[in-house]
Ligand binder design. Sequence first.
Ligand code: GLY
Length: 433
Amino acid sequence: MKKCLLLGNGGREAVLAEQISKNYALYSIMPYVNPTIEEYVKKSQGKYLVGNPFDKELVKKFIIDEKIEACVVSQDNLLQDGLIDLAKELGIETFGPTSKGAKIEWSKTYALEIVKKLAPEMVIKNVAITTQEELDKAIEQYEDDSFVVKPEGLTGGKGVKVGGIHFKGKEEGYQYAKSCLEEAGRVIVQDKVEGREFTVMALTDGEHIVVTPITFDYPYRFEEDKGPGTGGMGCLSFADGKLPFLEQADIDKCAELIQKTIHELNSENLEFNGVIYGGFFKCKDGIKFIEFNARFGDPEAINVLNALETPFTEIFEHIQNKTLSSSNCKFKKNYTFTVYVVSPNYAIKSTKEQCEFKLNKQAILENDAKIYFSSTKHIEGNNYTSVGNSRLFAVHTEGNTLEEAKEKAYRAMENNIDEKLSYRKDIGEIYEH
Ligand code: GLY
């Protein structure tokens, strides 16, 4: 059985662990023991180390000592740091871009330059700013706070701030942009547009792409899309792979940009395989580009990997052989539904305090729902504790209708999750901004 190393430790890696372990022996280096990853390492008779996945000497030694043959990375900062580059240097099979390929995520200005070149009509009016003077001039163009501030680098989905939602008034937006500029030497100020946000992810072998079911994410912390931005509080996908407000032509437009971008990134060397994530807006005047990520979204990965009909490991092989196509990478025709459960302070108050909580995992499983752990450690029995102040675990269901999947998830969660924890009760609503 192929030995496959998975780096990273969130809910996204928990579902990847489940998928990889179906046909490969799963190996992992994680900073704490994620209970889902541990379960699948054990089931597949692999091995894990509790250690720092950024420590390249440690990763190298583990790959060599354990004779690991494949490596999957889907976490933004591990990609930026070049963990796939390391695996390639060691001559093993890889799923994920090199650091150079992942630049489309870790440099927002680079991503915008590419889209400007390949699909200028999809770019929202913006200015890439590198000096205080440029910033002053850019903000002067706005009468009020109808602009968006995008930091240059990685922010775990929490850095983009929208006027009127994340900051109120021009001055607050200006101060935020100034702090981003001071930190990274670059910041983007962009027009605020009205529309519906959606995600198009595509698997790629570096040449071909296969678009996964389109997902709808819930980035705001509270019901009715209120409160601060988060990494994602929930996600859904529809049985037809679309969303009610999208036409096939809209999806084709995004897929065309993604295909061209993959060609551009791999024009000299293979820098990008794995999965590319495009964030888009459907606006009155067409589809607009928001951002690229060089990885699966979290929780989007939970929806999309559960919707796979083809085993993930077969897709992995097609990616290595550059034979990926829509005829060998298929998805089920069902609705998928994910809700993230978080610490009460998540995205609200910065604290290192641990949050101990009770969770009746067995009862949730008996209700036909799945659990994927993220920033959680198991203590014993139904007792768990948070690691930091982040998302704790995701509950996932499937159904023949959205209502069925939704009801199943919330029913499974009722009375089985510690009352002190927090989750959105309105996943399933399709909001417009
Ligand atoms: N859920 C958004 C992301 O993973 O970036």
